[in-house]
Design a protein around this ligand. Structure first.
Ligand code: ZN
Length: 244
């Protein structure tokens, strides 16, 4: 009797299912979009280092008030109609002041963007973050916290006072408990800001130890970076995880 082999997730993604998964991203087309290159003169980065450099260069333009607003014209839209190849995945907050395409000065087809309150994850959210690296070869994940995060501030107040927030907001508070405890242990005069940074770093750490992502990180095919965005200056500060 043949032994039944139960394939793990990486085997599935590298095997028969990869076509199905790729099709979800529009990667299954055999036709090259005619405007693919003309609309994007800069080739997308393919390494973690180059991907982070591209994002930080864009952020510098944003900080200076000199954005190029790349890849946002109808030609780019047309070029991407059949396929996409984003060079980074960004997990960031829902905050209206932190839209990833703007603050990194990129455009259509450049990012897989996942946004939740205080970049809190659940299995469904983690699946969305995994999608780029596992199915599309995305070389970089950025977990981006931000200054004066309302979700962090509310969670900090709730955890400090022992209050329960209404509805499913309580779930966000529960998910932020480790960041709260790390910030409390560290001390300092701005516990909410410390909690913001802790949340980004802890979330990035968790993703790095994810059994599906960890091998890619070990092989330096993927970097998982935590970062902090300043509402005051527009600058993104890398906290951890960058490959040197
Ligand atoms: Zn926020």
């Amino acid at each position: 009797m043949n032994k039944v082999v139960r394939p793990n997730r990486r085997m599935l993604l590298s095997g028969a299912l990869v076509g199905t998964v790729a099709a979800l991203a529009g990667c299954s087309s055999t036709e090259e979009p005619s405007a693919a290159n003309s609309a994007s003169p800069e080739a997308p980065p393919t390494t973690p280092e180059a991907a982070l450099e591209r994002l930080l260069e864009g952020n510098q333009r944003w900080v200076k008030g000199e954005p190029q607003n790349p890849n946002r014209d109808p030609a780019r839209r047309q070029a991407l109609a059949q396929e996409q190849k984003p060079f980074a995945a960004v997990l960031s907050c829902i905050d209206s002041r932190v839209p990833p395409e703007l603050i990194f000065d990129v455009g259509l087809g450049d990012l897989f963007a996942t946004r939740t309150g205080a970049e809190v994850v659940s299995p469904v959210v983690t699946g969305s973050v995994e999608y780029g690296p596992l199915a599309n070869g995305t070389p970089l994940i950025v977990v981006l916290g931000h200054q004066r995060c309302g979700a962090i501030k509310a969670a900090h107040a709730a955890l400090s006072d022992g209050e329960t927030l209404p509805g499913n907001l309580a779930e966000i508070v529960t998910a932020l408990q480790p960041a709260y405890e790390q910030a409390a242990a560290a001390g300092g005069d701005d516990p909410v800001d410390a909690m913001v940074r802790a949340q980004a770093e802890l979330t990035a750490n968790d993703l790095r130890s994810n059994p599906d992502l960890a091998p890619l990180v070990a092989e330096q095919e993927l970097a998982i970076v935590s970062a902090y965005y300043s509402l005051d200056t527009g600058a993104v500060e890398v906290l951890s995880g960058a490959l040197s």
